[in-house]
Design a protein around this ligand. Structure first.
Ligand code: ADP
Ligand code: GN1
Ligand code: MG
Length: 355
């Protein structure tokens, strides 16, 4: 089936291979290869989560065109392959939406940094991404998932899931619910600073996991930021925070042995140096001060989202084993607890870099 879809795009010959690829939780990603050996990334876009796919694709077209115009190296930005029927995406007979990208050649995608230098490179990639998009007219982008990093809204959804408890899972997660609710008052800190004008709205990526930036296989330097579905107006603290949540953690997002999970201050500092440095001095003092809060709130929010999805029956994040989202929630809350102990040092680090 997917091979037939791959052949509806204007590729280099005929696709003879098309198989599931990568470890994302949301879209269905395939690697397609033609008989000449040319590789492509084919994706079935999750229409349940992204309600207005044409608007989402318009965002991606605009952002990738904007980035490519400023840096024509084909390995430095994503390139959409047109459908043979015209346009840069297609809808199949079942209503599913598909898009295809050129495969970024000789690239690496890491689920965990192998060295601090890998993580530093991801910071340069995402920092550069912010710098390049600083002049993009943010208001022209559609919000592909409204309230995406509106943490109080994520709490509202958690409370709804608690009230519904459709699968009777609530009794098994009372410690996690208690942990989350004890921090609800702090959850609005960034949204309040956005509303009162302390923090500026920027074009942000919003899903800055390490595996959403590709590195050069040989030089291991940052090549290309990928997974642009959530590029929309947001706060710098969202992008910084989500990177720390994922990449400064000492264990995987779904690790079951919580004793392995901490936030490494060394990795935090490494990332902060790369990100702040590459952003080209764009950040205000208030934004710099918001970065540690971003790390904590993005981690708390992600834990709240995993918990909500566990209660509702795992309909959002793809799971690969029973209680997978609960395991993910637990790692996030363990990280939050660790970050709480380290907040003062986290703030001192970003301030020292900016000075
Ligand atoms: P998801 O939203 O499901 O995370 P991504 O867009 O991040 O989907 O893609 C999933 C995986 O596919 C990535 O982690 C990466 O390994 C690979 N990938 C995506 N786009 C490209 C590309 N243009 N070139 C090479 N690999 C890619
Ligand atoms: C999802 O698509 P992927 O796997 O890169 C999610 C992020 C979460 C992340 C947790 C659109 O990212 O918000 O932080 O899982 N993306 C969406 O691993 O919800
Ligand atoms: Mg991804």
């Amino acid at each position: 089936m997917s091979i037939e879809i791959a052949n509806r795009f204007a590729i280099d010959g005929n696709a003879t291979f098309c198989e599931r690829y990568g470890s994302g939780h949301i879209n269905e990603t395939y690697l397609a290869i033609t008989e000449r050996g040319t590789r492509y990334i084919l994706q079935k876009i999750n229409h349940g989560i992204f309600r207005d796919v044409p608007a989402l694709m318009r965002n991606i077209e605009r952002v990738t065109d904007f980035l490519a115009a400023r840096d024509p190296d084909p390995r430095h930005s994503l390139h959409l392959v047109p459908a043979k029927s015209g346009g840069r995406w297609l809808q199949d007979e079942s209503g599913a939406y598909w898009r295809m990208y050129d495969f970024v050649t000789d690239s690496l995608c890491l689920d965990a940094a192998e060295t601090d230098a890998d993580f530093y490179q991801s910071a340069l990639g995402f920092g550069e991404f912010q710098r390049k998009l600083a002049s993009f007219p943010a208001a022209e982008l559609t919000e592909t998932i409204p309230h995406f990093h509106d943490t109080p809204d994520r709490y509202r959804q958690l409370r709804e899931a608690i009230a519904l408890d459709p699968l009777g899972r609530l009794s098994g997660v009372s410690k996690e619910v208690e942990f989350a609710l004890a921090r609800e008052a702090e959850a609005g800190a960034l949204m309040r600073q956005l509303a009162d004008g302390t923090l500026p709205l920027r074009v942000t990526h919003n899903d800055t996991k390490l595996n959403n930036v590709l590195l050069d296989e040989k030089t291991r330097t940052a090549l290309c930021v990928i997974d642009l579905d959530t590029v929309m107006p947001g706060l710098t603290a969202f992008d910084f925070g989500d990177s720390i949540r994922f990449g400064a953690a000492t264990a995987a997002e779904d690790e079951r042995d919580l004793s392995k999970m901490e936030m490494s201050l060394e990795l935090y500092e490494t990332y902060a140096r790369g990100f702040i440095g590459a952003s080209g001095g764009a950040f205000s003092k208030a934004e710099i001060d918001s970065l540690p809060t971003g790390a904590k709130l993005m981690t708390l929010e992600c834990g709240v989202r995993f918990l909500t999805d566990h209660l509702l029956g795992d309909s959002y994040f793809r799971i690969h084993r029973p209680n997978h989202n609960l395991d993910r929630c637990r790692t996030q809350f363990k990280l939050v607890a660790d970050m709480e102990k380290k907040q003062a040092r986290m703030l001192a680090i970003v301030r020292s870099i900016q000075d």
